[in-house]
Design a protein around this ligand. Structure first.
Ligand SMILES: Cc1ncc(COP(=O)(O)O)c(C=O)c1O
Length: 467
Protein backbone atom coordinates (compact mmCIF):
# COMPACT_ATOMS: atom_id res chain seq x y z
CA UNK A 1 0.00 0.00 0.00
CA UNK A 2 1.24 3.48 -0.72
CA UNK A 3 1.79 5.87 2.16
CA UNK A 4 -1.05 8.02 0.86
CA UNK A 5 -3.49 5.10 0.74
CA UNK A 6 -2.50 3.93 4.21
CA UNK A 7 -3.13 7.37 5.67
CA UNK A 8 -6.44 7.79 3.86
CA UNK A 9 -7.78 4.47 5.16
CA UNK A 10 -6.48 5.22 8.67
CA UNK A 11 -7.96 8.71 8.85
CA UNK A 12 -11.33 7.32 7.77
CA UNK A 13 -11.28 4.90 10.71
CA UNK A 14 -10.35 7.70 13.13
CA UNK A 15 -13.16 9.85 11.71
CA UNK A 16 -15.65 7.05 12.35
CA UNK A 17 -14.42 6.53 15.92
CA UNK A 18 -14.56 10.26 16.76
CA UNK A 19 -17.98 10.54 15.19
CA UNK A 20 -19.16 7.56 17.23
CA UNK A 21 -17.94 9.02 20.52
CA UNK A 22 -19.45 12.45 19.79
CA UNK A 23 -22.85 11.21 18.67
CA UNK A 24 -23.18 8.21 20.95
CA UNK A 25 -25.85 9.61 23.24
CA UNK A 26 -28.22 10.23 20.33
CA UNK A 27 -27.98 6.58 19.24
CA UNK A 28 -30.17 3.71 20.44
CA UNK A 29 -28.37 1.44 22.91
CA UNK A 30 -29.52 -2.09 22.16
CA UNK A 31 -28.92 -3.52 18.71
CA UNK A 32 -29.33 -7.21 18.14
CA UNK A 33 -29.54 -7.63 14.38
CA UNK A 34 -31.55 -10.57 13.04
CA UNK A 35 -29.54 -13.68 12.39
CA UNK A 36 -30.74 -13.62 8.76
CA UNK A 37 -29.45 -10.06 8.30
CA UNK A 38 -25.99 -10.92 9.71
CA UNK A 39 -25.91 -14.13 7.71
CA UNK A 40 -26.54 -12.13 4.55
CA UNK A 41 -23.98 -9.43 5.45
CA UNK A 42 -21.12 -11.82 6.23
CA UNK A 43 -20.43 -13.77 3.09
CA UNK A 44 -19.70 -17.45 3.83
CA UNK A 45 -17.56 -17.81 0.70
CA UNK A 46 -13.89 -17.87 1.61
CA UNK A 47 -12.17 -14.71 0.32
CA UNK A 48 -9.53 -16.27 -1.90
CA UNK A 49 -9.07 -13.07 -3.91
CA UNK A 50 -8.66 -9.55 -2.52
CA UNK A 51 -11.62 -7.19 -2.19
CA UNK A 52 -11.22 -3.45 -2.61
CA UNK A 53 -9.97 -2.34 0.87
CA UNK A 54 -11.86 0.98 0.63
CA UNK A 55 -15.12 -0.90 0.12
CA UNK A 56 -14.25 -3.39 2.89
CA UNK A 57 -13.58 -0.59 5.37
CA UNK A 58 -16.71 1.28 4.33
CA UNK A 59 -18.72 -1.84 5.18
CA UNK A 60 -16.86 -2.44 8.47
CA UNK A 61 -17.27 1.15 9.58
CA UNK A 62 -20.99 0.94 8.98
CA UNK A 63 -21.48 -2.47 10.62
CA UNK A 64 -19.51 -1.60 13.74
CA UNK A 65 -21.16 1.82 14.13
CA UNK A 66 -24.75 0.80 13.50
CA UNK A 67 -25.20 -2.87 14.20
CA UNK A 68 -23.67 -3.45 17.62
CA UNK A 69 -25.06 -2.96 21.11
CA UNK A 70 -23.29 0.05 22.55
CA UNK A 71 -21.76 -1.16 25.80
CA UNK A 72 -19.93 2.21 25.93
CA UNK A 73 -23.22 4.17 25.81
CA UNK A 74 -24.05 6.48 28.74
CA UNK A 75 -27.47 4.81 28.95
CA UNK A 76 -26.17 1.23 28.98
CA UNK A 77 -27.04 0.20 32.55
CA UNK A 78 -26.89 -3.60 32.13
CA UNK A 79 -24.32 -6.08 33.42
CA UNK A 80 -21.13 -4.04 33.96
CA UNK A 81 -20.81 -1.30 31.35
CA UNK A 82 -17.58 -0.60 29.45
CA UNK A 83 -17.49 3.20 29.05
CA UNK A 84 -13.96 3.18 27.55
CA UNK A 85 -12.08 6.40 26.66
CA UNK A 86 -10.48 7.93 23.59
CA UNK A 87 -6.90 8.31 24.90
CA UNK A 88 -6.66 4.58 25.52
CA UNK A 89 -8.15 3.80 22.10
CA UNK A 90 -5.32 5.81 20.55
CA UNK A 91 -2.68 4.21 22.79
CA UNK A 92 -3.98 0.75 21.85
CA UNK A 93 -3.84 1.70 18.18
CA UNK A 94 -0.26 2.91 18.61
CA UNK A 95 0.95 -0.29 20.25
CA UNK A 96 -0.95 -2.48 17.76
CA UNK A 97 0.47 -0.41 14.91
CA UNK A 98 3.97 -1.24 16.11
CA UNK A 99 3.09 -4.79 17.14
CA UNK A 100 4.90 -4.21 20.43
CA UNK A 101 5.80 -7.43 22.26
CA UNK A 102 5.33 -7.44 26.03
CA UNK A 103 6.32 -11.02 26.91
CA UNK A 104 9.84 -10.36 28.16
CA UNK A 105 12.31 -7.58 28.85
CA UNK A 106 14.63 -8.51 26.01
CA UNK A 107 11.89 -8.24 23.39
CA UNK A 108 10.00 -5.39 25.01
CA UNK A 109 11.91 -3.43 27.65
CA UNK A 110 9.84 -0.23 27.33
CA UNK A 111 6.58 -2.22 27.43
CA UNK A 112 7.75 -4.15 30.51
CA UNK A 113 8.85 -0.99 32.29
CA UNK A 114 5.53 0.75 31.56
CA UNK A 115 3.68 -2.35 32.81
CA UNK A 116 5.77 -2.44 35.99
CA UNK A 117 5.24 1.27 36.67
CA UNK A 118 1.49 1.14 36.01
CA UNK A 119 1.12 -1.94 38.22
CA UNK A 120 3.06 -0.10 40.95
CA UNK A 121 0.56 2.77 40.76
CA UNK A 122 -2.35 0.34 41.02
CA UNK A 123 -0.67 -1.46 43.91
CA UNK A 124 -0.26 1.89 45.63
CA UNK A 125 -3.95 2.69 45.14
CA UNK A 126 -4.82 -0.71 46.67
CA UNK A 127 -2.56 0.06 49.66
CA UNK A 128 -0.16 -2.77 48.85
CA UNK A 129 3.35 -2.70 50.35
CA UNK A 130 6.75 -2.62 48.57
CA UNK A 131 7.56 -5.88 46.80
CA UNK A 132 4.10 -6.32 45.33
CA UNK A 133 3.63 -7.00 41.64
CA UNK A 134 1.17 -8.34 39.14
CA UNK A 135 0.29 -8.68 35.50
CA UNK A 136 -2.18 -7.26 33.00
CA UNK A 137 -4.50 -9.90 31.58
CA UNK A 138 -7.26 -10.08 28.98
CA UNK A 139 -9.90 -9.44 31.64
CA UNK A 140 -11.21 -10.30 35.09
CA UNK A 141 -11.80 -13.97 34.30
CA UNK A 142 -8.18 -14.46 33.28
CA UNK A 143 -6.98 -12.50 36.33
CA UNK A 144 -9.06 -14.76 38.60
CA UNK A 145 -7.66 -17.86 36.91
CA UNK A 146 -4.13 -16.52 37.32
CA UNK A 147 -4.81 -15.83 41.02
CA UNK A 148 -6.04 -19.35 41.66
CA UNK A 149 -2.95 -20.84 40.02
CA UNK A 150 -0.84 -18.65 42.33
CA UNK A 151 -2.91 -19.74 45.37
CA UNK A 152 -2.62 -23.42 44.49
CA UNK A 153 1.08 -23.36 43.61
CA UNK A 154 2.01 -21.40 46.75
CA UNK A 155 -0.22 -23.25 49.22
CA UNK A 156 -0.45 -26.79 47.83
CA UNK A 157 2.44 -27.14 45.39
CA UNK A 158 2.66 -30.94 45.48
CA UNK A 159 -0.83 -32.33 45.72
CA UNK A 160 -4.08 -30.43 45.59
CA UNK A 161 -6.48 -33.35 45.36
CA UNK A 162 -7.78 -32.66 48.88
CA UNK A 163 -7.57 -28.87 48.57
CA UNK A 164 -10.73 -26.89 49.36
CA UNK A 165 -11.58 -23.33 48.48
CA UNK A 166 -14.24 -21.04 49.95
CA UNK A 167 -16.39 -18.28 48.47
CA UNK A 168 -19.91 -16.92 48.71
CA UNK A 169 -22.70 -18.04 46.41
CA UNK A 170 -22.69 -14.46 45.02
CA UNK A 171 -19.12 -14.86 43.71
CA UNK A 172 -18.65 -14.35 39.97
CA UNK A 173 -19.01 -17.44 37.78
CA UNK A 174 -15.49 -16.92 36.38
CA UNK A 175 -14.08 -18.30 39.64
CA UNK A 176 -16.05 -21.57 39.43
CA UNK A 177 -14.97 -21.74 35.79
CA UNK A 178 -11.32 -21.17 36.74
CA UNK A 179 -11.51 -23.93 39.35
CA UNK A 180 -12.95 -26.31 36.78
CA UNK A 181 -10.16 -25.41 34.32
CA UNK A 182 -7.63 -26.08 37.08
CA UNK A 183 -9.03 -29.56 37.63
CA UNK A 184 -10.82 -28.97 40.92
CA UNK A 185 -13.95 -31.08 41.37
CA UNK A 186 -17.26 -29.81 42.85
CA UNK A 187 -16.27 -31.61 46.09
CA UNK A 188 -13.32 -29.20 46.42
CA UNK A 189 -15.49 -26.08 46.08
CA UNK A 190 -17.40 -24.61 49.01
CA UNK A 191 -20.11 -22.10 48.15
CA UNK A 192 -20.98 -20.34 51.39
CA UNK A 193 -24.37 -18.66 51.95
CA UNK A 194 -24.57 -14.90 51.96
CA UNK A 195 -26.55 -12.67 54.34
CA UNK A 196 -29.51 -10.37 53.63
CA UNK A 197 -27.13 -7.88 51.98
CA UNK A 198 -25.47 -10.58 49.89
CA UNK A 199 -22.20 -10.59 51.88
CA UNK A 200 -20.57 -13.88 52.77
CA UNK A 201 -21.70 -15.35 56.09
CA UNK A 202 -18.37 -15.45 57.95
CA UNK A 203 -19.71 -17.67 60.76
CA UNK A 204 -20.83 -20.30 58.23
CA UNK A 205 -17.46 -19.94 56.52
CA UNK A 206 -15.51 -20.65 59.71
CA UNK A 207 -17.70 -23.66 60.57
CA UNK A 208 -17.21 -25.10 57.08
CA UNK A 209 -13.43 -24.68 57.22
CA UNK A 210 -13.25 -26.37 60.64
CA UNK A 211 -15.44 -29.27 59.48
CA UNK A 212 -13.27 -29.75 56.38
CA UNK A 213 -10.08 -29.86 58.43
CA UNK A 214 -11.63 -32.57 60.63
CA UNK A 215 -12.62 -34.55 57.52
CA UNK A 216 -9.05 -34.50 56.20
CA UNK A 217 -9.49 -31.84 53.52
CA UNK A 218 -6.81 -29.19 53.05
CA UNK A 219 -8.40 -25.72 52.99
CA UNK A 220 -6.08 -23.45 50.99
CA UNK A 221 -7.92 -20.37 49.75
CA UNK A 222 -10.70 -17.91 50.60
CA UNK A 223 -12.12 -15.65 47.91
CA UNK A 224 -13.71 -12.38 49.00
CA UNK A 225 -15.82 -10.03 46.91
CA UNK A 226 -15.18 -6.30 46.62
CA UNK A 227 -18.29 -5.54 44.59
CA UNK A 228 -20.39 -8.48 43.43
CA UNK A 229 -21.78 -8.34 39.91
CA UNK A 230 -25.35 -8.85 41.06
CA UNK A 231 -25.65 -6.11 43.67
CA UNK A 232 -22.21 -4.55 44.30
CA UNK A 233 -21.98 -6.25 47.72
CA UNK A 234 -18.65 -6.08 49.53
CA UNK A 235 -17.72 -8.94 51.87
CA UNK A 236 -16.21 -8.19 55.27
CA UNK A 237 -12.66 -8.03 53.90
CA UNK A 238 -11.00 -7.53 57.30
CA UNK A 239 -12.80 -10.52 58.81
CA UNK A 240 -11.88 -12.69 55.80
CA UNK A 241 -8.27 -11.62 55.95
CA UNK A 242 -8.15 -12.47 59.67
CA UNK A 243 -9.70 -15.90 59.03
CA UNK A 244 -7.27 -16.58 56.20
CA UNK A 245 -4.35 -15.61 58.41
CA UNK A 246 -5.46 -17.83 61.28
CA UNK A 247 -5.81 -20.85 58.98
CA UNK A 248 -2.83 -20.00 56.75
CA UNK A 249 -4.98 -19.73 53.65
CA UNK A 250 -4.41 -17.68 50.52
CA UNK A 251 -6.77 -14.70 50.49
CA UNK A 252 -7.89 -13.56 47.05
CA UNK A 253 -10.23 -10.61 46.47
CA UNK A 254 -12.26 -10.30 43.30
CA UNK A 255 -12.44 -6.52 42.88
CA UNK A 256 -13.05 -6.75 39.12
CA UNK A 257 -16.09 -4.58 39.48
CA UNK A 258 -15.51 -2.64 42.70
CA UNK A 259 -11.75 -1.99 42.80
CA UNK A 260 -12.09 1.39 41.10
CA UNK A 261 -13.94 2.66 44.17
CA UNK A 262 -10.48 3.07 45.73
CA UNK A 263 -10.13 6.14 43.47
CA UNK A 264 -13.21 7.80 44.92
CA UNK A 265 -12.29 9.91 47.94
CA UNK A 266 -15.84 9.67 49.30
CA UNK A 267 -16.26 5.90 48.87
CA UNK A 268 -12.83 4.27 49.18
CA UNK A 269 -13.51 3.48 52.86
CA UNK A 270 -16.01 0.83 51.67
CA UNK A 271 -13.10 -1.38 50.55
CA UNK A 272 -11.22 -1.09 53.82
CA UNK A 273 -8.86 -4.02 54.25
CA UNK A 274 -8.39 -4.69 50.53
CA UNK A 275 -4.62 -4.30 50.84
CA UNK A 276 -4.43 -7.30 53.18
CA UNK A 277 -5.25 -9.78 50.42
CA UNK A 278 -2.58 -12.00 48.88
CA UNK A 279 -4.02 -11.20 45.47
CA UNK A 280 -6.55 -8.79 43.98
CA UNK A 281 -8.32 -8.97 40.63
CA UNK A 282 -8.97 -5.60 39.02
CA UNK A 283 -10.65 -5.13 35.68
CA UNK A 284 -9.70 -1.80 34.12
CA UNK A 285 -12.06 -2.39 31.17
CA UNK A 286 -14.92 -1.78 33.59
CA UNK A 287 -14.96 1.19 35.97
CA UNK A 288 -11.43 2.31 35.05
CA UNK A 289 -12.80 3.25 31.61
CA UNK A 290 -10.46 1.11 29.48
CA UNK A 291 -11.35 -0.48 26.14
CA UNK A 292 -11.47 -4.29 26.09
CA UNK A 293 -9.30 -6.35 26.79
CA UNK A 294 -7.78 -5.04 29.99
CA UNK A 295 -7.77 -7.02 33.22
CA UNK A 296 -5.24 -7.05 36.01
CA UNK A 297 -4.02 -9.26 38.82
CA UNK A 298 -2.06 -7.76 41.69
CA UNK A 299 -0.18 -9.89 44.22
CA UNK A 300 1.17 -8.71 47.52
CA UNK A 301 4.41 -10.63 46.98
CA UNK A 302 5.66 -10.58 43.39
CA UNK A 303 7.66 -13.79 43.97
CA UNK A 304 4.44 -15.79 44.42
CA UNK A 305 3.55 -15.21 40.77
CA UNK A 306 7.00 -16.18 39.62
CA UNK A 307 6.84 -19.34 41.70
CA UNK A 308 3.52 -20.23 40.06
CA UNK A 309 4.36 -19.43 36.44
CA UNK A 310 8.09 -19.50 35.77
CA UNK A 311 8.94 -22.35 33.41
CA UNK A 312 12.24 -22.05 31.57
CA UNK A 313 13.29 -23.36 28.18
CA UNK A 314 16.62 -23.30 26.33
CA UNK A 315 15.34 -20.83 23.72
CA UNK A 316 14.31 -18.43 26.51
CA UNK A 317 17.59 -18.56 28.44
CA UNK A 318 18.84 -15.32 26.85
CA UNK A 319 15.84 -13.46 28.26
CA UNK A 320 16.90 -13.99 31.88
CA UNK A 321 18.47 -10.76 33.09
CA UNK A 322 18.75 -8.32 35.96
CA UNK A 323 16.23 -9.09 38.77
CA UNK A 324 14.62 -5.67 38.31
CA UNK A 325 13.80 -6.51 34.67
CA UNK A 326 10.54 -8.43 34.90
CA UNK A 327 9.77 -10.99 32.23
CA UNK A 328 6.00 -11.00 32.23
CA UNK A 329 5.82 -14.49 30.73
CA UNK A 330 6.96 -15.59 34.19
CA UNK A 331 3.96 -13.87 35.84
CA UNK A 332 1.13 -15.44 33.87
CA UNK A 333 -0.11 -17.76 31.12
CA UNK A 334 0.96 -15.92 27.96
CA UNK A 335 4.40 -15.71 26.39
CA UNK A 336 3.58 -13.57 23.36
CA UNK A 337 1.37 -10.79 24.64
CA UNK A 338 0.31 -7.33 23.57
CA UNK A 339 1.32 -4.07 25.23
CA UNK A 340 -1.92 -3.69 27.22
CA UNK A 341 -0.32 -1.51 29.86
CA UNK A 342 0.11 1.38 27.44
CA UNK A 343 -3.58 2.24 27.33
CA UNK A 344 -3.99 2.49 31.10
CA UNK A 345 -0.67 4.31 31.49
CA UNK A 346 -1.70 6.83 28.82
CA UNK A 347 -5.12 7.32 30.39
CA UNK A 348 -3.67 7.91 33.86
CA UNK A 349 -1.23 10.47 32.43
CA UNK A 350 -3.67 12.28 30.12
CA UNK A 351 -6.55 12.52 32.61
CA UNK A 352 -4.92 12.31 36.03
CA UNK A 353 -6.03 10.16 38.94
CA UNK A 354 -7.87 13.01 40.66
CA UNK A 355 -10.22 13.55 37.73
CA UNK A 356 -10.63 9.79 37.18
CA UNK A 357 -11.62 9.54 40.86
CA UNK A 358 -14.28 12.21 40.32
CA UNK A 359 -15.59 10.27 37.33
CA UNK A 360 -15.79 7.11 39.44
CA UNK A 361 -17.71 9.09 42.07
CA UNK A 362 -20.25 10.04 39.39
CA UNK A 363 -21.30 6.38 39.28
CA UNK A 364 -22.13 6.49 42.99
CA UNK A 365 -24.08 9.73 42.54
CA UNK A 366 -26.06 8.31 39.61
CA UNK A 367 -26.99 5.21 41.60
CA UNK A 368 -28.11 7.39 44.53
CA UNK A 369 -30.21 9.49 42.14
CA UNK A 370 -31.91 6.33 40.82
CA UNK A 371 -32.87 5.50 44.41
CA UNK A 372 -34.72 8.83 44.66
CA UNK A 373 -36.56 8.10 41.40
CA UNK A 374 -37.63 4.70 42.71
CA UNK A 375 -38.94 6.27 45.92
CA UNK A 376 -41.36 8.42 43.92
CA UNK A 377 -43.68 5.54 42.95
CA UNK A 378 -45.35 2.99 45.22
CA UNK A 379 -44.97 0.14 42.78
CA UNK A 380 -41.17 0.10 43.01
CA UNK A 381 -39.51 -2.10 45.60
CA UNK A 382 -35.81 -1.53 46.23
CA UNK A 383 -34.08 -4.88 46.76
CA UNK A 384 -30.57 -3.57 47.45
CA UNK A 385 -29.66 0.04 48.07
CA UNK A 386 -26.78 1.43 46.02
CA UNK A 387 -23.70 0.62 48.07
CA UNK A 388 -21.15 0.38 45.29
CA UNK A 389 -22.74 1.95 42.21
CA UNK A 390 -25.29 -0.83 41.55
CA UNK A 391 -28.94 -0.69 42.55
CA UNK A 392 -31.42 -3.56 42.29
CA UNK A 393 -35.18 -3.25 42.39
CA UNK A 394 -38.42 -4.66 41.07
CA UNK A 395 -41.85 -3.47 40.08
CA UNK A 396 -44.67 -4.93 42.18
CA UNK A 397 -48.18 -4.55 40.84
CA UNK A 398 -49.75 -7.90 41.66
CA UNK A 399 -50.45 -10.10 44.69
CA UNK A 400 -48.90 -13.00 42.81
CA UNK A 401 -45.09 -12.91 42.86
CA UNK A 402 -45.02 -15.05 39.71
CA UNK A 403 -46.98 -12.34 37.93
CA UNK A 404 -44.57 -9.72 39.27
CA UNK A 405 -41.63 -11.80 37.99
CA UNK A 406 -43.20 -11.86 34.52
CA UNK A 407 -43.88 -8.11 34.72
CA UNK A 408 -40.23 -7.31 35.46
CA UNK A 409 -38.98 -9.54 32.65
CA UNK A 410 -41.41 -7.80 30.25
CA UNK A 411 -40.33 -4.40 31.51
CA UNK A 412 -36.68 -5.15 30.80
CA UNK A 413 -37.60 -6.35 27.30
CA UNK A 414 -39.67 -3.18 26.76
CA UNK A 415 -36.67 -0.99 27.67
CA UNK A 416 -34.40 -2.99 25.35
CA UNK A 417 -36.86 -2.77 22.45
CA UNK A 418 -37.45 0.92 23.02
CA UNK A 419 -33.71 1.43 22.54
CA UNK A 420 -33.32 4.53 24.71
CA UNK A 421 -31.57 2.66 27.51
CA UNK A 422 -30.61 -0.88 28.41
CA UNK A 423 -31.55 -2.65 31.66
CA UNK A 424 -31.46 -6.39 32.28
CA UNK A 425 -32.90 -8.73 34.88
CA UNK A 426 -31.28 -10.89 37.52
CA UNK A 427 -32.57 -13.26 40.19
CA UNK A 428 -32.45 -12.00 43.78
CA UNK A 429 -34.02 -13.65 46.82
CA UNK A 430 -35.83 -16.08 44.52
CA UNK A 431 -37.44 -13.46 42.28
CA UNK A 432 -36.83 -11.62 39.04
CA UNK A 433 -35.37 -8.19 39.71
CA UNK A 434 -33.93 -5.40 37.61
CA UNK A 435 -30.48 -4.02 38.22
CA UNK A 436 -28.82 -0.83 37.06
CA UNK A 437 -25.10 -0.07 37.01
CA UNK A 438 -24.90 3.61 36.00
CA UNK A 439 -21.11 4.05 36.07
CA UNK A 440 -20.63 5.87 32.78
CA UNK A 441 -19.33 9.33 33.72
CA UNK A 442 -21.42 10.92 30.94
CA UNK A 443 -24.70 9.56 32.31
CA UNK A 444 -26.84 12.58 33.22
CA UNK A 445 -29.81 12.91 35.54
CA UNK A 446 -31.86 13.85 32.45
CA UNK A 447 -30.98 10.44 30.93
CA UNK A 448 -32.07 8.73 34.14
CA UNK A 449 -35.32 10.76 34.33
CA UNK A 450 -36.25 9.79 30.77
CA UNK A 451 -35.40 6.12 31.38
CA UNK A 452 -37.78 6.11 34.35
CA UNK A 453 -40.47 7.94 32.36
CA UNK A 454 -40.34 5.04 29.88
CA UNK A 455 -40.48 2.40 32.62
CA UNK A 456 -43.15 4.16 34.69
CA UNK A 457 -45.38 4.63 31.64
CA UNK A 458 -45.12 0.91 30.83
CA UNK A 459 -46.02 -0.12 34.39
CA UNK A 460 -48.88 2.36 34.64
CA UNK A 461 -50.29 1.11 31.32
CA UNK A 462 -50.10 -2.49 32.58
CA UNK A 463 -51.79 -1.47 35.80
CA UNK A 464 -54.62 0.31 33.99
CA UNK A 465 -55.11 -2.70 31.69
CA UNK A 466 -55.25 -5.16 34.54
CA UNK A 467 -57.97 -3.18 36.37
C1 LIG B 1 -17.02 -9.34 39.94
C2 LIG B 1 -16.57 -9.84 38.61
N1 LIG B 1 -15.54 -10.71 38.54
C3 LIG B 1 -15.08 -11.17 37.36
C4 LIG B 1 -15.66 -10.79 36.18
C5 LIG B 1 -15.12 -11.34 34.88
O1 LIG B 1 -14.47 -10.34 34.19
P1 LIG B 1 -14.27 -10.37 32.59
O2 LIG B 1 -15.64 -10.29 32.00
O3 LIG B 1 -13.45 -9.18 32.33
O4 LIG B 1 -13.59 -11.64 32.24
C6 LIG B 1 -16.73 -9.90 36.19
C7 LIG B 1 -17.39 -9.48 34.93
O5 LIG B 1 -18.38 -8.81 34.90
C8 LIG B 1 -17.19 -9.39 37.44
O6 LIG B 1 -18.21 -8.52 37.51
Amino acid sequence: MTEKKMKKLGYQVIDVIVDHRHNLSSKRVFNKPDFEFLDSMINPTMPLEADDPTAVFKELNQMVSEHVTHIDHPRFFSFIPGPSNYYSVLADTLSTGHNVFAGHWMGGAYASMVETRTLDWLANIMEYPEGSGGIFTSGGSMANLTALVAARENKLPEDHSKGTIYYSEQTHSSLSKALRILGFKPENMRKIDSDEQFRIDTTALLTTIEKDVKKGFRPFCIIGNAGTTNTGAVDDLNALSQLAKEHQLWFHIDAAYGGAAMLSKEHQHKLKGIGKADSITLDPHKWWFQPYEMGCLLVQDRQTLKKAFSVQAEYLADTVGDSREINYYEHGVQLSRSFRALKLYTFFRCVGLNKIGEDVSRGFENAAYIETLLQQKDYWEIITKPYLGIISFRAKLFESEDKNDALNAKLSQHVLDNGYAMINTTQLKGHTALRMCPIHPETTTAFLDKTFEIMNAFIERKNANSL
